[in-house]
Design a binder for this molecule. Structure first.
Ligand SMILES: Cc1cc2nc3c(=O)[nH]c(=O)nc-3n(C[C@H](O)[C@H](O)[C@H](O)COP(=O)(O)OP(=O)(O)OC[C@H]3O[C@@H](n4cnc5c(N)ncnc54)[C@H](O)[C@@H]3O)c2cc1C
Length: 298
């Protein structure tokens, strides 16, 4: 069966064939994918999932690929991108937003409306779906504090609502991460009415802190490792002397050791090799097992 021909017949969304993942990942690295499909709506997503399940086709839902490391080999399956799921309703302090909506864009929009709670997200380049999945967070806050409920597509292709307590949010993890066959379609957030000027001051202050402490001038996917209890991954990596350590064009940032950056032409496989090497070395020298926050896609 030719997957692309069948997908064209199915007509469930726009198709990017032979997608160069360098153009879609914040690492600007990785090989090609057979295709990226952006379903037009929920009905078409369900149709697409039925086709995928019936034919046992490899697939993955992607957001902004700001936490993903693609290998350099062909991703021989369908990447599903929920770009069309970008609705936004705001009623008082309750925000209902599509999974494909940009978290950064939303954070700035609601902050300008004087709604507090998403200040932490103004520097996180993910989508709503990816950020619920990751329980993205910063500055002692995360999605778990503000998500009231999410609409998901279950593995049985039913649309249901999961509430905050079902979503099992903990530091950089969630129910969705443990159950990747669920697809987040929409999230409802509860924010707190506040003062626009004060909220924007916090965002400005944090942006300045990020610019000072993080290598935002290079492609990356943010922090590579979760911070171990009562410690910092960056500090441990610095202590093993790995600042500046390189494999090809993948390098440990000199500015922040928990960032691996692409110096120009980094291969996805080099980024992976470097991350695994850091993990091994920290275990050998410090006896600490670092947990990788980013995800390898092969
Ligand atoms: C410069 C920079 C700074 C960053 N700073 C932070 C930070 O401060 N805090 C932080 O937590 N993260 C940070 N990140 C990492 C990243 O932005 C977050 O993890 C983000 O939430 C990932 O969202 P995404 O849409 O890019 O998801 P992707 O990277 O595309 O996907 C991540 C995972 O989510 C799954 N997924 C995506 N969408 C859906 C969906 N709709 N339903 C089900 N599963 C889905 C994917 O299958 C994948 O497993 C940073 C990244 C960069 C590049």
């Amino acid at each position: 069966m030719n997957i692309i021909t069948e997908l064209e017949k199915l007509n469930v969304g726009t198709i990017i064939k032979n997608a160069d993942m360098k153009k879609f990942t914040t690492y600007k690295a990785g090989g090609h994918a057979l295709c990226i499909v952006s379903p037009y709506n929920e009905t078409n997503l369900i149709k697409l999932m039925r086709f995928i399940n019936e034919n046992s086709i490899k697939y993955k839902v992607i957001g902004n690929c700001s936490n993903l490391i693609f290998s350099d080999e062909l991703y021989d399956g369908i990447l599903i991108k929920l770009d069309e799921f970008d609705t936004l309703y705001i009623k008082n302090n309750i925000v209902t937003v599509g999974a494909g909506y940009s978290l950064m864009k939303l954070a700035l929009k609601v902050s300008h409306m004087g709604l507090s709670g998403l200040e932490f997200a103004a520097g996180i380049p993910g989508t709503i779906g990816g950020s619920v999945f990751m329980n993205a967070g910063a500055y002692n806050s995360d999605m778990g504090y503000i998500v009231k409920k999410v609409k998901v597509l279950t593995p049985e292709l039913k649309i249901i609502t999961l509430y905050n307590h079902d979503l099992d949010f903990h530091y950089r993890t969630s129910f969705l991460q443990k159950n990747p066959a669920y697809i987040c379609l929409e999230a409802t957030l509860e924010l707190i009415p506040g003062d626009e000027k004060e909220i924007m001051e916090i965002i400005k202050d944090r942006r300045e802190r990020r610019i000072k402490s993080q290598p935002l001038e290079y492609p990356s996917a943010g922090s590579v490792f979760r911070n171990p209890k009562d410690n910092y991954a960056g500090k441990l990596i610095e202590e093993i002397g790995y600042k500046g350590k390189r494999i090809g064009d993948a390098a440990v940032s000199e500015k922040h050791a928990n960032f691996v950056i692409n110096l120009g032409n980094a291969k996805g496989n080099d980024i992976k090799k470097l991350i695994l090497d850091i993990k091994k070395k920290v275990k050998e020298e410090k006896g600490i097992e670092l947990k990788i926050e980013q995800e390898f896609v092969e």
